[in-house]
Design a protein around this ligand. Structure first.
Ligand code: HEC
Length: 199
């Protein structure tokens, strides 16, 4: 009797494993970015992300949301984020439009202004696996990640200088123009105040 039950359970488990394997190797799993979603894909992904976020520390922002920090955050954003998350008043890039899941346009609608900065910080630091959202821990300083996080928290109420810098309508203040664009992590953290020369 017991033997039969155990055998039944083992067979049941094997069947499920075989079923999942068959599904993934059948060629019917959506791979193209414009295919429909997999069953429960978004639900599982959101559950995993929220559980991960809950486990992370929830510190207050480690930089003030003042103009120099917002400008420094805007520089990081323009160089590292805008290609996917867009700039105020600009159309989505082809790249953003061709992704799955689509990167939210952070200067349209509420963006992430309703998220606490720590939540944005964690996403920027760690990235979000299998979405295209990169983790920047190895390439941006904590300070830069906080600066871009407070920028996004205040995306709906930025000082005109910061907004103009993002839209490129005014020349960037000296403190945020320097540094070769190809350098992933110019040291904003140690940047001298606006007006001072920086290498
Ligand atoms: C290559 C494209 C790409 C780049 C570059 C990128 N992201 Fe993302 N990002 C994404 C995608 C795609 C998502 C959506 C992930 C999801 O659906 O779970 C995302 C999600 C996010 C979210 C969560 C949005 C929400 O509504 O909860 C934040 C915040 C974010 N990114 C910030 C940034 C910042 C800041 C940078 C630059 C330092 C950046 N991203 C660079 C693709 C990108």
């Amino acid at each position: 009797m017991l033997k039969g039950v155990v055998l039944g359970i083992v067979l049941g488990v094997l069947l499920v494993v075989a079923g999942v394997y068959f599904y993934f190797s059948s060629g019917h799993v959506p791979v193209a970015t414009n295919s429909p979603e997999m069953p429960l894909e978004r639900k599982f992904a959101a559950a995993a992300l929220h559980a991960y976020l809950d486990q992370q520390p929830h510190p207050n922002p480690q930089v003030a949301a003042d103009e120099p920090n917002l400008l420094a955050g805007a520089k990081v954003y323009k160089e590292q984020c805008a290609v996917c998350h867009g700039l105020p008043g600009e159309p989505k890039t082809f790249m953003a439009d061709g992704m799955f899941p689509k990167p939210p346009q952070l200067f349209r609608g509420v963006g992430v202004t309703d998220d606490e900065p720590w939540e944005t910080f964690v996403k920027v630091e760690s990235g979000i696996r299998m979405t295209g959202m990169p983790g920047f821990k190895e390439h941006l300083s904590d300070r830069q990640m906080w600066q871009v996080s407070v920028l996004l928290k205040h995306a709906d109420g930025l000082p005109p200088t910061v907004k103009d810098f993002l839209t490129g309508e005014t020349p960037a203040p000296v403190a945020v123009t320097s540094g070769a664009p190809a350098t992933p992590a110019p040291s904003i953290a140690t940047a001298p105040p606006a007006g001072a020369a920086k290498k």
